[in-house]
Ligand binder design. Structure first.
Ligand SMILES: Nc1ncnc2c1ncn2[C@@H]1O[C@H](COP(=O)(O)OP(=O)(O)O)[C@@H](O)[C@H]1O
Ligand SMILES: O=c1ccn([C@@H]2O[C@H](COP(=O)(O)OP(=O)(O)O)[C@@H](O)[C@H]2O)c(=O)[nH]1
Length: 239
């Protein structure tokens, strides 16, 4: 089975908003369970998976700053939100018998382990799904940047960005109904054309480390496994 795989070791970025489902805020457990089941399917295909989870379903630092609050405090609240999401996803994975561990970039030893590359690699070596929480641990960054950073540290074959849309378009498809989807792009294309599906820092870090980025819809059940097996709908960014 593993011989047919497009990628053997991947990092999956799950946006916080994905966990929200149809609700306006927070975590829809049914959606978290469904994403966990897609991760389980990919594991059964023989793929090593680590995950970076966002926090936008709970809190974004810019929301505080836009109302006159302190950006750094807002970002710290956003980073804490990612820990809440990570615990929810670990719970959904545990329900279906998948051994997962949460490593936080912000130390909170009573709740989860702290991130270090060596600890993360050791857990992955034991076959565990590693969920990275707390983003990069720094304000003014995003979990997309954390995903590119952890992807480089884990030495993955590809960074999968599970998002609200099924790939990268010529313009934001939520704003422009005439936007067309790309099958393949280079990192330079994404940066030069300002295709805002992922932030510039994340794309630049992936480019520097020659990590392909696969953008796909996290809402499409089974799509993660289909793409890993060579099918599905996505945009692949590589040089
Ligand atoms: N050129 C583009 N192609 C695809 N999506 C884009 C593009 N420009 C902006 N977007 C938007 O980027 C978002 C990326 O999704 P996601 O990372 O889940 O959102 P967020 O980072 O806001 O939580 C999509 O919801 C989409 O509307
Ligand atoms: O390295 C990081 C990652 C995240 N955040 C904060 O955490 C929030 C939630 O992350 P993000 O917006 O990336 O989540 P997503 O869009 O994936 O749901 C961000 O808005 C930031 O406020 C941060 O300060 N540093």
């Amino acid at each position: 089975m593993a011989g047919d795989l497009r990628f053997k070791r991947v990092l999956l970025k799950v946006s916080g908003e994905a966990l929200m489902g149809a609700q306006g805020f927070g975590i829809d457990v049914a959606v978290a369970d469904r994403i966990a089941s897609d991760i389980g399917e990919a594991r059964r295909l023989g793929v090593d998976i680590s995950i970076v989870i966002g926090g936008g379903n709970i809190f974004r630092g810019v929301a505080v700053a836009s109302k006159g609050g302190d950006r750094v405090t807002g970002d710290q609240m956003g980073m804490l939100a990612t820990v809440i999401n990570a615990l929810a996803l670990r719970t959904s994975l545990a329900k279906i018998g998948i051994d997962a561990v949460v490593l936080s970039a912000v130390a909170m030893p009573e709740i989860c382990e702290s991130f270090s590359q060596l600890v993360a690699l050791a857990h992955a070596e034991k076959g565990r799904v590693v969920i990275f929480a707390g983003g990069t641990g720094n304000p003014f960054f995003t979990t997309d940047s954390a995903a590119a950073l952890r992807a480089a540290e884990m030495g993955v074959d590809a960074l999968f960005k599970g998002t609200q849309v099924d790939g990268i378009y010529s313009a934001d498809p939520k704003q422009d109904a005439s936007a067309t989807r790309y099958e393949r792009l280079t990192h330079d294309d994404v940066l030069r054309q300002g295709l805002a599906v992922m932030d510039v820092a994340a794309v630049a870090l992936a480019r520097e480390n020659k990590i392909p980025i696969v953008v796909f819809s996290i809402h499409e059940e089974g799509e993660f496994g289909r793409i890993l097996s060579g099918g599905g709908r996505s945009t692949i960014v590589s040089d």
